[in-house]
Ligand binder design. Structure first.
Ligand code: IPM
Ligand code: MG
Length: 355
């Protein structure tokens, strides 16, 4: 029997609750589809930092690297300095494991989840491929004359040819595999951020190798508009890190809310990281009110990544059917108890297996 070693970092706030439900689903599909999952639990996050001053020690990080995949619940805590834990855990894994493609599917499972008038599941079905190792996130920043009225602050947006090319290529391959409209849209702001001309040129060069894939282009501001006005225009879109961060929160709302949107931080063939895109939502923590759907969908992406496609599809189908039947009313905070949603998904999976 195939065994997958999964590193589990439940993290902060609602992270542990949603992770618990997601891991329950993962265990069940493993049992149903004939593979096994061995999980190693890591305690890292804000609470652990406050208690020990430890963020993500190197020996543990080395161990995590040896897994097949990583699951992260959520991290972040308002008691900590801004960015400390984000850079120490999420960004550390994205950069040091070189997880260059951040896949963020934006898929509407049921019309009633969509805040846009007249848009249904056929209209909202796209994947944003967010570059995940460069841009403003490289952390190259500085201050001069700090605190002075003449203070200067800078942050450098970094784009390398290799980094740009590999993620663009990933998007083209994905469009081919999805076989939807076979379109890749480049989203950038090259008209204002002239350094992004490297994206324009690299995209054009890679596109030549994919004559079967159509190309589109939208500046990020217009892309935000189109995503609301005509989401059906998008199939696969590729974009630099920072714009990808922003537009995928917009995308999450279009598909029903932060409680539904999952992501995979991927380096093909290497250990990769799966997480809901929502944060730790400290004010909802421990109340059993947060939706675990995004976390559960992240396990679907994880299964897909390790090669358990049937299990991945089963999880997605279960979620879709629960929305369709109305059993799952939504993903808003408090719409259903966290554990009740986990239970619903487990039951839906079991019922399917019996049918
Ligand atoms: C995300 C998050 C992170 C990001 C934060 C927590 C640093 O917003 O994964 O989208 O900006 O990438
Ligand atoms: Mg974000």
């Amino acid at each position: 029997m195939k065994q997958y070693n999964i590193a589990e970092i439940a993290g902060d706030g609602i992270g542990p609750e949603v992770t618990h439900e997601a891991m329950g689903v993962l265990d069940l599909v493993a049992e149903m589809y004939g593979f096994s999952v061995k999980r190693t639990v890591y305690p890292y996050g804000s609470e652990h930092y406050l208690a020990t001053k430890e963020i993500f020690p190197e020996p543990a990080f080395e161990e995590v690297k040896g897994h097949d995949a990583i699951f992260l619940g959520a991290i972040g805590d308002p008691r900590l300095p801004v960015g400390l834990i984000e850079y120490g855990i999420i960004a550390k894994m994205r950069f040091e494991l070189d997880l260059y493609a951040n896949l963020r599917p934006i898929q509407l499972y049921d019309e009633k989840l969509c805040p846009l008038k007249g848009k249904g599941p056929a209209d909202v079905d796209m994947i944003i491929v967010r570059e995940n190792t460069e841009d403003a996130y490289t952390g190259m920043h500085g201050f001069a004359h700090k605190g002075d009225p003449l203070e200067v602050a800078t942050q450098t947006m970094v784009y390398t040819r290799a980094g740009t090319e590999r993620v663009i290529r990933y998007a083209f391959e994905l469009a081919r595999e999805r076989n939807k409209t076979k379109t890749v849209t480049l989203i950038d702001k090259a008209n204002a951020i002239r350094a992004q001309d490297i994206w324009t040129r690299t995209f054009a060069e890679v596109a030549v190798e994919y004559p079967d894939i159509k190309t589109e282009h939208a500046y990020i501001d217009a892309a935000c508009m189109w995503m609301v006005k005509n989401p059906e225009w998008f199939d696969v879109a590729v974009t630099p890190n920072l714009f990808g961060d922003i537009i995928t929160d917009l995308g999450a709302m279009v598909q029903g809310g932060m409680g539904i949107a999952a992501s995979g931080n991927i380096h093909p063939g290497r250990v990769s990281l799966f997480e809901p895109i929502h944060g730790s939502a400290p004010k909802h923590a421990g109340k059993n009110v947060a939706s675990p759907v995004a976390a559960i969908m992240a396990t679907s992406m994880l299964c897909d990544f390790v090669g358990e496609k049937t299990a991945a599809q089963a999880i997605e189908n279960a979620i879709r059917e629960l929305f369709k039947s109305g059993e799952l009313k939504g993903v808003g905070t408090g719409t259903h108890p966290t554990d009740a949603v986990g239970e619903m998904v487990l039951n839906a999976l079991r019922a399917k297996a019996r049918a």
